[in-house]
Design a protein around this ligand. Sequence first.
Ligand code: C2E
Ligand code: CA
Ligand code: CA
Ligand code: CA
Length: 274
Amino acid sequence: AKASGRNNYQFFTQTMNQAASQHFELESSLRGAMARKEFELFYQPIIDTGTRRIHTLEVLLRWRRGGTELVQPDQFIPIMEENGLIVPVGEWVMRRACEQSVEWLRQGFDPVPLAVNLSPRQFMNRGLIQSIRSILDETGIDPALIEFEITETALMQHGEQTLEILGQINRMGIRLSIDDFGTGYSSLAYLKRFPVKKVKIDRAFVKDLEGSAEDRAIVAAIIALSNSLQLSVVAEGVESEGQYKLLRENGCQYAQGFLFSQPVAAHEVMALVR
Ligand code: C2E
Ligand code: CA
Ligand code: CA
Ligand code: CA
C-alpha cells in the first residue's frame, strides 16, 4: 500500500509538472502568435426569431497555432486575460472586425452588425476609449454596425467607473449588450442603470430548457423583465427546434446557436447571409 501511495504521489507530481510545462509552452507560443499572424476571426449568426433571418454576427477569436491546429478560445483566452495579452489582441480583434465589415460593404453585401466581445481586462484598460476612436477613424466604419458584448461579472466589478466608460462608448454610437447573463449575481433592475440595449442569456439556462421546468421559469422571467425594461433578449446556445420554439413562445427576440449555424470563417459568412 505504501509503495502504491508513493507511485500515486509520483504520478501526481509528474502530471502536475506536465500541466505546468504545457501551460508554459502555450503561454510562450501565444506571445508570438500575433506577430506570426496566427489569429483569425470566426463569425456566428444571431437570428431574429420573428423572421429566422440573420440580425447580427458575433465575432469569435480563433488561434491557428503553428499555422495549422485550430485552438478554441477557452484554451487560450483565460491565459491572455491573466497575462494581459488580451489587451493588444482584443484591440486587434476590434480592428480586424471593423475592416472586415467595411470590406463586405464594399463588396456589395447588405450591412450586418458585428458583435465584438470585450474582456474585463480590456474594459478596465485606460487606453480603451482612445483605441476605439482610432479604429473608428481609421476604418471609417459606421459605429451603428458595431456592438460590444461585456459580461455581467465585468460590469459588476468596477462601480462608478463602469458607468463612465459605458457612457463614453455609448456616445460614440456603439451599442452595448450584457453577455452571459444569469451567471453572476446582479439583477436586471440594477443593470438597467447602464446604457445597455440587449441581454444575452447564458447557454447554461438554455441547455435543459425542454427538460427542466425550473430553467423554463428562469428564462421566462428574464425575458419578461427584460422586455418590461425595454431590453431585448438573445438566447445563447440554441441547439434544438424545441428550445427555439419555447424561446419564441416566451417573447425572446433573438437566438444564437448550432441550430442555425456554427461559428464560420469570414469567407463562409456571406453564403449564410444571402
Ligand atoms: P461567449 O461570448 O459566451 O461566446 C459564445 C460561445 O458559445 C462560443 O464559443 C460559441 O462557439 C459557443 N456556442 C454558440 N452556439 C452554441 C451552441 O449551440 N452550443 C454550444 N455548445 N456552444 C455554442 P467560443 O467561440 O469557443 O468562445 C468561447 C468564449 O471565449 C466566448 O464565450 C467568449 O467569452 C470568449 N471569446 C471568444 N472570442 C473572444 C474575443 O475576441 N475576445 C474576448 N475577450 N473573448 C472572446
Ligand atoms: Ca459573447
Ligand atoms: Ca455569451
Ligand atoms: Ca456563455
